[in-house]
Design a protein around this ligand. Structure first.
Ligand code: UDP
Ligand code: MG
Length: 136
């Protein structure tokens, strides 16, 4: 049965800064993702805090929010069959050292915090995150 989904993807500051955006977008396209919408923005710290509020009790929360707001990012709506899961597979594990060969984080990630991409982890969160950036 068909299950066309949308998910939110972010190319994080470490990757934008290293001019990897086009190469990373091509990774998505090669796997059959359609980029429905995209924009380059820079978040304020308080916006990053709101985006990552599910992590507010974690020890890395403050650094994570400082980092996400440290430079330009590219936010995208990706569409594909089973997009949420397929994007998580293509991204690879949170820690690039543990990510599988061929994944974006394995190829481009620097460290567990500078891991180049974000992707929604469920359909519910995908809707929330898409609204966060693209509700106008
Ligand atoms: N993160 C970190 N230290 C950790 C775990 C996570 O800096 O020990 C950062 C990392 O950038 C990660 C983000 O927090 O992408 C969100 O964490 P999550 O567990 O949701 O990982 P993801 O869903 O991005 O794989
Ligand atoms: Mg997550």
């Amino acid at each position: 049965m068909s299950n066309l989904e949308q998910t939110l993807s972010i190319i994080k500051p470490d990757a934008v800064e290293r001019n990897l955006s086009e190469e990373i977008k091509q990774e998505f396209k090669n796997k059959g993702f359609i980029i429905l919408k995209e924009k380059k923005i820079k978040l304020e710290k308080d916006e990053a805090e709101k985006f990552y509020q599910v992590h507010q009790t974690k020890p890395f929360y403050n650094d994570l929010c400082s980092y996400l707001s440290s430079g330009p990012i590219i936010v995208m709506i990706l569409e594909k069959e089973n997009a949420v899961l397929e994007n998580r597979k293509l991204m690879g594990a949170t820690d690039p050292e543990k990510a599988e060969e061929g994944t974006i984080r394995k190829k481009f990630g620097i460290s567990i915090d500078k891991n180049s991409v974000h992707g929604s982890d469920s359909q519910d969160n995908a809707k929330i995150e898409i609204d966060f950036f693209f509700k106008d």
